[in-house]
Design a protein around this ligand. Structure first.
Ligand code: ADP
Length: 609
């Protein structure tokens, strides 16, 4: 069997041309159509100069077109660089400037998002693409060591870094996956990840290499557990990947009956399937630098605590090394280092960084390399690996890998900021900035810095709060002293005064939601500004409360009533629109599952009973 993934997909097209390959809400492609569209586009890419080792950026949302385009790049012998158009344009431009792809495939209106050789616009260039033959693919000799894709991850040097993955690594992942999970023509799998993440690689290629059907959800509800479950059920998905935080939420709900395997990974898993669950849950661990998956373990139903990340998958070796690159004994903690077929070639355009992280393998054959993950782990004598955390500052947020240094670099780019640092506090990403002296102090700098970050960084990397500091604390060695960075949120007081009636409870729920602090215990004397509120959030809260209570709450309320208790009093004083409260209470009964007595009490308190 060829190790080249596009050959495996072509073999499926030849064997079962009419079988569904990719399905989404607006259409579907069977294997014949997928193959033919990709052949035409591949011929066109070859005519533009694409071949082994050339890079083609695929700047498309998750769609039938994006799947065709990625396949076409491989058929043309090139490597694809997936870019999600939903990412901020400034980051896309930075990645394009770093990677300098020969061609960019897009369908977006407007200018090319960054410097590239040639732009291929799927709509504008459709006639030229359609003129190419569709039955056969271009004959391009591709070697397993040639690059298949390049994916950018968050970089500790302040800029995203491109991980170069060859065909051999991709083929190893796909072969292991198809065998391990027995994926075949009867399977329906999901494609939920956005294009710029390597989970996409894992969702798409094992499916198409094995003749199964790839299902794409619409954007709406992709991250909402209840809606996602409805979609998985409606599509009859049999094998799905969900990043750890989403999998943890879905596991609490009754699973879709069609599902036989739920794959997860990306962060520390703390839940197991309920006893009697109809599907298998498998925890996976792996950095982008080791082609998505390095270790895997089934999580038995009902097991408490944090499960292991499992044993190395076929073709991958895991070693735990000490600071001097010597293997540590069984059960001792060491840095998790990976070697084998799955290793990436290194970082695009960065030999220094590559040499730092991909080092000579001290225990393998001469010339072998290990990738030093920066993860701390222990390994039992049977090979099972337990994850213990990071050696450096890298964090996982909602399943995404974030280098605080990259976020700090973006914050520092604001003209009124002279220095910045980033840390995680109470589960939130917090930015710390030192303002330029002599700056016009309007008090809005934290929000302006956040807005600035949102233009440069993907949403999951934008700090939830920005705090002003006079200086960034440093250690004796001159590194940022993360432990000395304050928590911008005051500790929950020893004596918490919870909501005293249903109105206060409703206000509190909305109040913490707007502050993105829903997990914090409600304390009616918490202060809006102390907890990070600002004018924009005050406006948002006022609009939500007006809608909820039908009152004309002034937009400046937060100045006069900064606590939940004061705000609730203010609301009680305001005249509600007639009849509105009964409707509100009813809506709230459903959402907050209030009892009949609660609703009656609520109406009485609001004076509308
Ligand atoms: P992926 O998107 O394949 O998860 P990333 O390169 O984005 O890979 O992130 C890899 C890092 O995520 C690992 O080095 C590790 O710190 C963390 N990680 C991944 N999977 C797990 C897991 N199952 N348990 C704990 N941490 C994990």
């Amino acid at each position: 069997m060829s190790v080249l993934i596009h050959h495996r997909v072509a073999a499926q097209a030849a064997a079962r041309p009419d079988a569904p390959a990719v399905v989404c809400a607006v259409g579907a492609l069977n294997y014949r159509a997928l193959d033919e569209h990709a052949n035409r586009l591949a011929h066109h890419l070859v005519s533009l100069g694409t071949g082994p080792e050339s890079l083609v950026a695929v700047h498309l949302p998750r769609s039938l077109d994006s799947v065709v385009a990625m396949l076409a790049v491989l058929k043309a012998g090139g490597a694809y660089l997936p870019l999600d158009p939903a990412q901020p344009g400034a980051r896309t431009a930075r990645i394009l400037a770093d990677a300098a792809p020969d061609v960019l495939v897009t369908d977006a209106p407007g200018d090319t998002p960054g410097p590239v050789g040639t732009t291929l616009h799927l709509t504008h260039d459709a006639p030229a693409i359609a003129a190419h033959p569709e039955v056969t693919a271009p004959e391009v000799p591709v070697h397993p060591d040639n690059l298949a894709y390049v994916i950018h991850t968050s970089g500790s040097t302040g800029a995203p870094k491109g991980v170069m993955v060859p065909h051999a690594g991709l083929a190893n992942l796909v072969e292991w996956h198809v065998d391990r999970y027995g994926v075949g023509s009867g399977d329906r799998t999901s494609h939920l990840a956005a294009l710029g993440f390597d989970a996409t690689v894992w969702e798409v290629w094992p499916t198409l290499a094995s003749g199964a059907t790839l299902h794409l959800p619409s954007e709406v509800g992709r991250t909402q557990p209840e809606q996602l479950l409805r979609w998985l059920t409606a599509e009859g998905i049999t094998v799905a990947f969900l990043p750890t935080p989403l999998a943890a939420e879905v596991l609490r709900l009754p699973g879709p009956s069609s599902l036989r395997t739920l794959l997860t990974g990306g962060d520390v898993l703390t839940v197991a399937p309920a006893p009697g669950a109809a599907y298998e849950l498998v925890n996976h661990y792996g950095p982008t630098e080791a082609t998505v998956v390095a270790t895997a373990a089934t999580v038995p139903a009902g097991t408490p605590g944090v499960p292991p990340i499992g044993k190395p998958i076929r073709g991958v070796r895991v070693r735990l090394l000490d600071d001097d690159a010597r293997p540590v004994p069984d059960n001792a903690e060491g840095e998790l280092c990976i070697s084998g077929t799955g290793l990436a070639r290194g970082y695009l355009g960065s030999p220094r960084l590559t040499a730092e992280r991909f080092t000579p393998d001290p225990t393998g054959p001469a010339g072998g390399r290990v990738y030093r993950t920066g993860d701390l782990a222990t390994q039992l004598s049977d090979g099972t690996v337990h994850f213990h955390g990071r050696l450096d500052d890298q964090v996982q947020l909602r399943g995404f890998r974030v280098e605080p240094a990259e976020v700090a670099a973006a914050l520092s780019e604001h003209p009124d900021v002279v220095n910045a640092a980033v840390a995680v506090r109470s589960g939130l990403l917090i930015g710390y900035v030192v303002p330029r002296s002599g700056r016009d102090d309007s008090g809005d700098l934290p929000e302006a810095v956040r807005a600035h970050a949102a233009v440069l960084l993907p949403q999951h990397m934008v700090p939830a709060r920005v705090m002003l500091l006079e200086e960034i604390p440093v250690t004796l060695h001159g590194k940022v002293d993360r432990n000395a960075l304050p928590d911008p949120l005051p500790a929950v007081p020893d004596v918490v005064v919870g909501p005293r009636d249903a109105v206060e409870a409703m206000v509190a729920e909305t109040w913490y939601e707007v502050l993105e602090l829903s997990d914090r215990p409600a304390h009616v004397h918490d202060d809006f500004y102390v907890l990070g509120g600002h004018s924009l959030l005050a406006h948002r809260l006022a609009v939500r409360l007006r809608d909820l209570f039908g009152t004309r709450l002034p937009l400046h309320f937060a100045l006069t009533a900064p606590t939940i208790a004061e705000l609730t009093d203010e609301l009680r004083r305001l005249e509600p629109a007639p009849g509105h409260l009964a409707e509100v209470a009813e809506r709230h009964r459903q959402v907050a599952q209030l009892s009949d007595e609660d609703v009656e009490a609520l109406l009485a308190q609001l004076g509308d009973a």
